[in-house]
Design a protein around this ligand. Sequence first.
Ligand code: NAP
Length: 458
Amino acid sequence: MSEPGTPANPLRVAIVGSGPAGFYAAEALLGAAAATQVDMFERLAAPFGLVRSGVAPDHPKLKQAIQVYQQIALSPGFRFLGNVTVGRDIAVGELLNCYHAVLFACGAQTDRPLGVPGEYLPGSHAATEFVGWYNGHPDYRDVEFDLSHDTAMVIGQGNVAMDVCRILAKTADELRHTDIAAHALEVLAESRVREIYLVGRRGPAQVKFTHPELRELGDLADCDPVVDPRDLVLNPASRQELANRANRAAIKSYEVLQAFAARTARPRRRRCHIVFLRSPIELIGDGRLQRVLLMQNRLVGEAGHQTAEAAGGIEQIDCGLLFRSIGYRGVAIPGVPFDDRRGVIPNRDGRVMDGASVVPGLYVSGWIKRGPTGIIGTNREDSVLTVEALLADLPRLDVRPRPGTDGALALLRTRGVRVVDFADWREIDAAEIRHGQAAGKPREKFTRLTEMLDAIGN
Ligand code: NAP
């Protein structure tokens, strides 16, 4: 039997996950071998992963990537199998019987824990929950956020923390014409939050959010950014970091922070305090969050490798709402090796590893491969590299012809799984866009599976 990739024996690959890494892997596969069939499995009925349910509603330009993914989805050789959970509805071993290779591009679905007492008190939430909630992700449809408190705190200074902060800081009118979920807009419109703390464990030279996002915080309708100029005094190693022209992004962010510190306070209903060198050491409350104890830090180590170390001083901030935004984490899939410490599938150049051995036929790309870093486009290069590894392995893979979609669908049918294909999704998509029009929004997302299924065939 010849290598797969011929009309008699098409290369059949299952991709698990329909976010950027999955679509870029599909694009690379479909462009590489003449006879290739790519089936993309997605646990939700809607594709596009974090581009749909992670990117902030007020950043529509970032969602334009969806247009590229739609083109890929319409390529011959591509099938979308939505509403299928791999590891539950179909086992990884069963996929390997149906496909020559399985490529996991399922991202990082959960959050990293802070590891401090009181972390899970009511009122303390993972940023991932809030992001999913305002973006209409069905898993978070019924999470309740109590925005009746005066003070909210966001722990972490990456772009997710910045998104959370901005959504808390914006007025309902600033969000009304975005694709924010209606249930979230309703709650945010009644928000009584006035003071928002954006708390970083390291200094102003080490922030992870990027300067365009930071700058946006200075242009909000009813919120003023607050930076204490004393917090911008740098230690010698941080000065050295910012003197390095290769650190352009950090230099620009520092300049924006300086501009915020120099501003005269404007009369605004809300303020966003950007504070540095602070780590939460305890969340306190009687039955729900009431106060946060913050430890003051100092930076230790060489330029470029500085870490935060407790410096001794402790302060207390009254606060009823807290978001932990210190990074995402991947979730293990039954039957696939998992590195629990890093929250990724262990791999070498995209080949899944079990200890020192390569697991034949299993590949990985995106956040579940390298951890939760980079922008949408970072996943293209990452997926191309994984697909190169997969194609290079073809001579060594089990080359017998596989049943592909027919085999997988037969199994799913016996288990009563209602598979949502791309034509179904396009009907859901059209219905969402229609519903949004009435409210002047680009779309009104369905937030429950039943609503999505009801939209098919109407
Ligand atoms: P991130 O960029 O890695 O930021 C995580 C933040 O959490 C950092 O400030 C980090 O500080 C802090 N942190 C980590 N562990 C901590 C701890 N134990 N205690 C206190 N703070 C801690 O992660 P992210 O914000 O989740 O974003 C994930 C990726 O998505 C990033 O690449 C991001 O750029 C991207 N993204 C982009 C956009 C956009 O383009 N607009 C929007 C959202 C997300 P240290 O630096 O000290 O570790």
